[in-house]
Design a binder for this molecule. Structure first.
Ligand code: CTP
Length: 399
């Protein structure tokens, strides 16, 4: 399974190596993860709550009975894209294997569908005990990824298997086994979302129904695949995505000028925003009275995609979107081919937004068309899933 974003929950159980997770937390932040720490009550004997709050820069909740009104075990389970528990003690392995939920961390684990990585650390005898071995096997069968402990010196003088691994090994294992689709690492992806608005006067504007959900889903998916994402958002009501650079614009001209600056040093542009084709010729800085509204003169906005295709360097990829109002697949496909060709795109996603479909919805359906005339029919799926399918195509074009 692949995490949808970069929000990581770091569980810390009550082993002496809990102090090593302070370094792990720092290294995870260096990797671009936003980390919430959930220490068990026992672990607070080794590292206190204040340390975790200072290091993570985030509020730390340590028990089920804090902030009850926000139902933290459910909200944290939903918001976390990945759970790493380091160290995981023998006791916690046993609890997880039997599905127990008697504290905040075990409740979150039970409620979460995110990938889970356990970093057991304990004395060799405990690690090799048949009970622990059976618990580890059961957890693996249930999809937990276990990073086997290192061999080396234990807390005392004895040497054996059970040591907490170096942070660098844990990070490598996360990247290899969970973030193994980090196929956009090192790539800079520019994504537009929402719909531009063209002001008529201080009160009114010409706009469209785009919610920005698709662009935000793409930004999240690209970031979770390792890309450095710059999101240009036009008039959306969506919450900011932590860790993603976002520029807010209102009009097509503002969007065009941000993209003119950002596109030359990006590897790809995904233009999912709905851009107004026209703007008001004579903006009035005073409210226009109703008698004056019989006619509003319009002038053409620049076609942003066409302009940027003109300065595109080899290796750069441009993805367009097209919202159409035809249920007929053949005409949808034809308009996709035409727009792809006229705007010199590498890929286009064309969809039918008639009767209130798709705009504002979490679901989408349509056609992906590429510059080799390959057509992929997309049945009704979530905008998150479409994001990954489109990014798969983008990755193959980026080489
Ligand atoms: N687009 C753009 N600049 C514009 C208008 C559209 O860059 N001024 C982009 C959109 O962001 C989208 C693609 O072009 O990715 C197709 O947009 P669409 O509105 O479907 O196409 P238009 O060329 O505007 O054609 P029409 O409105 O006539 O269907």
């Amino acid at each position: 399974m692949f995490p949808r974003g970069r929000k990581l929950l770091l569980g810390v159980a009550g082993g002496i190596s809990a102090y090593k997770s302070c370094d792990l937390l720092r290294r995870l932040q260096d990797e671009g993860f936003i980390v919430d720490v959930v220490p068990t009550a026992a672990s607070l004997n080794f590292v206190g709550k204040s340390t975790w709050e200072a290091l993570s820069g985030r509020k730390v909740i340590t028990d089920l009975w804090s902030d009850v009104e926000t139902v933290p075990h459910i909200s944290m389970a939903k918001e976390s894209d990945l759970i790493v528990i380091a160290p995981t003690t023998a006791d916690l392995l046993a609890k997880l294997a039997s599905g127990r939920a008697d504290d905040l961390l075990t409740n979150i684990v039970l409620a979460s569908t995110a990938p889970k990585i356990l970093v057991p650390a304990m004395h060799s005898e405990m690690w090799l005990n048949p009970a622990t071995v059976a618990n580890v096997k059961l957890l693996q069968e249930r999809g937990f990824f276990i990073i086997t402990p290192d061999v080396g010196q234990m807390t005392g003088s004895d040497i054996g298997i059970g040591r907490y691994p170096e942070s660098s090994r844990i990070i490598t294992e996360i990247n290899l086994h969970v973030m193994n689709s980090a196929d956009l690492k090192g790539k800079k992806i520019l994504i537009t979302a929402g719909g531009t608005r063209e002001p008529i006067d201080p009160i009114r504007f010409i706009g469209n129904r785009s919610s920005g959900k698709q662009g935000f889903a793409l930004a999240m998916a690209a970031a979770s695949r390792g890309a450095q994402v710059h999101l240009v958002s036009a008039n959306t009501d969506l919450p900011i995505i932590e860790g993603i650079t976002t520029t807010y614009v209102e009009t097509a001209e503002q969007m065009a000028s941000v993209l003119q600056i950002e596109f030359p040093h990006s590897d790809a542009l995904i233009m999912s925003a709905a851009v107004a084709d026209v703007r008001v010729a004579n903006y009035s800085d005073q409210k226009i009275r109703k008698e004056g509204l019989n006619q509003v003169d319009l002038e053409k906005n620049p076609d942003i995609l066409k302009t940027l295709s003109g300065i595109k360097k080899s290796g750069q990829i441009i993805v367009g979107f097209a919202a159409e109002t035809s249920a007929d697949i053949a005409s949808l496909e034809q308009s996709g081919h035409e727009k792809l060709a006229s705007k010199s795109l590498d890929l286009i996603y064309v969809n039918n937004v008639s009767n209130g479909a798709i705009f504002g919805s979490d679901q989408t359906q349509g056609l992906i068309i590429d510059n080799q005339k390959k057509v992929i029919k997309v049945p009704e799926i979530s905008k998150d899933t479409l994001s990954d399918i489109l990014l798969d195509q983008l990755v193959s074009k980026l080489g």
